[in-house]
Design a protein around this ligand. Structure first.
Ligand SMILES: *Cc1c(COP(=O)(O)O)cnc(C)c1O
Length: 425
């Protein structure tokens, strides 16, 4: 009798799928939120159902420290196949001859490169955070800012675009060991070839962080950094529309150095369920429809941007070449935080963002960042971008009028309901 009970308990634990209703219900509420709001966060997207399901696979159970063919654990034969597939697909997609698909995130990918080529207190030249750079490029609280001597370049105060002559001047003065090209909130083409020239002039390594624009590069909608920069780092969950994770691309002469920096340098066992989902996403990104997707992201971004410009909003740098743009709210007398909150109350989800030479701190900010990767995945086109632009303008201009805000919220819900996502999940 006792034995039977134990057996039953064991079965319950391993087989019963629906016991944790507490967690399940929260996930359901989050799914409902994703389906009912407008996602304009430039770094977010809707991964395919196949990507999402692959992440939920039993591959999560496997320890696989090491690399294909050279693991510290037994039973890795299928894991090896998965990782090799992900690597080969990444190489094919980006035209590289080496890739590391193990970084758990974009910051991990960057940190691995720092560990590979820098010693403590070495000099790094990167883009100022306030002008579009990323925390992992030298923020004081980030490992990069604590262990290395960070120098930053700003955008030109007039054009609000990268001034390559200024970057050259700074590079010559600073003599960095590593230069970083890449940004989180920069709406213009980044000229990796110019960065390469400058890096060569001062004998620096060049790292391109394409976290935001990986999907635009994969779809030939932005010039590539692969074969130009020494190291390209990326996330796999932004415009490239895969699982949350990181990626490194480089020439294979750096393979030994980078591999050991990722593991055992900064990580332990790779997330094989995520690596499998990366493989799925890379295959999706090779399809012709993905090229079309990249093109439409930018078309949509430009459409909404020019609409809002015509509505009288000041656009940082005057426009956009990619998937995002920034609005300067100073003339409206409101902060980025206020704008984020009122837009969120009508179901429009985006983020406050510092703008070049911002006088407000990062908690308040003078700007908001708007991105089109997610709404483009949903199938929205320029017609919808004008509608969204109108809703943003209306909401910001009527931010104290509860009735008008309710009206805007209703329209947001209507619009989103016409473009359903995750119908099978
Ligand atoms: C998003 C981003 C990262 C960080 O990615 P995580 O996956 O959040 O660690 C790194 N660099 C840039 C430029 C980014 O925009």
């Amino acid at each position: 009798m006792k034995k039977d009970n134990n057996k039953k308990k064991h079965e319950n634990h391993t087989l019963n799928k629906d016991t944790d209703t507490e967690v399940r219900k929260i996930i359901e509420r989050e799914l409902a939120r994703q389906k009912s709001q407008l996602v304009l966060i430039a770094s977010e997207n809707f991964a395919s159902e196949e990507v999402v399901k692959t992440m939920g696979s039993v591959l999560t159970n496997k320890y696989a420290e090491g690399y294909p063919g050279n693991r510290y654990y037994g039973g890795c034969e299928h894991i090896d196949e998965i990782e090799e597939l992900a690597i080969n697909r990444a190489n094919k997609l980006f035209g590289s001859n080496y890739s590391n698909v193990q970084p758990h995130s974009g910051v991990q990918a960057n940190t691995a490169i720092f560990l590979a080529v820098l010693n403590p207190y070495d000099k790094v030249l990167s883009m100022n955070l306030r002008d579009g750079g990323h925390l992992s490029h030298g923020h004081a609280q980030n490992l990069s800012g604590k262990y290395f001597e960070i120098h930053t370049y700003s955008v030109d105060p007039e054009t609000e675009q990268i001034d390559y002559e200024n970057v050259r001047k700074l590079a010559k003065r600073v003599q960095p060991k590593l230069m970083i090209a890449g940004a989180s909130s920069y709406s213009r083409i980044i000229d990796f070839n110019k960065f390469r020239e400058i890096a060569d002039e001062v004998g620096a390594y060049l790292m391109a962080d394409i976290a935001h624009i990986a999907g635009l590069i994969a779809s030939d909608c932005h010039p590539t950094s692969v074969g130009v920069a020494d190291f390209t780092t990326a996330t796999t969950h932004k415009t490239i529309r895969g699982p949350r994770g990181g990626l490194i691309l480089a020439d294979k002469k750096y393979s030994g150095l980078i591999n050991k920096s990722v593991f055992p340098g900064i990580q332990g066992g790779p997330l094989m369920h995520v690596i499998a989902a990366k493989a799925v996403a890379f295959r999706e990104a090779m399809e012709n429809s993905f090229k079309e997707y990249g093109r439409r992201i930018i078309e949509n971004s430009r459409a909404m941007c020019s609409f809002l410009k015509d509505e009288g909003f000041r656009i940082v740098s005057g426009g956009t070449d990619n998937h995002l743009f920034l609005i300067d709210l100073t003339e409206l007398g409101m902060t980025g935080m206020e704008a984020q909150n009122v837009l969120s109350s009508v179901g429009i989800i985006l983020n406050k963002n510092v703008i070049p030479y911002d006088k407000l701190n990062p908690d308040l900010t003078s700007g908001i960042r708007i991105g089109t990767p997610a709404v483009t995945t949903q199938g929205m086109g320029t017609e919808e971008m004008y509608k969204i632009g109108e809703l943003i303008s209306y909401t910001l201009k009527n931010r104290a009028n509860k009735t008008k805000l309710d009206g805007a919220h209703k329209k947001v819900k209507e619009l989103v309901s016409n473009f359903p996502v995750y119908t099978d999940i």
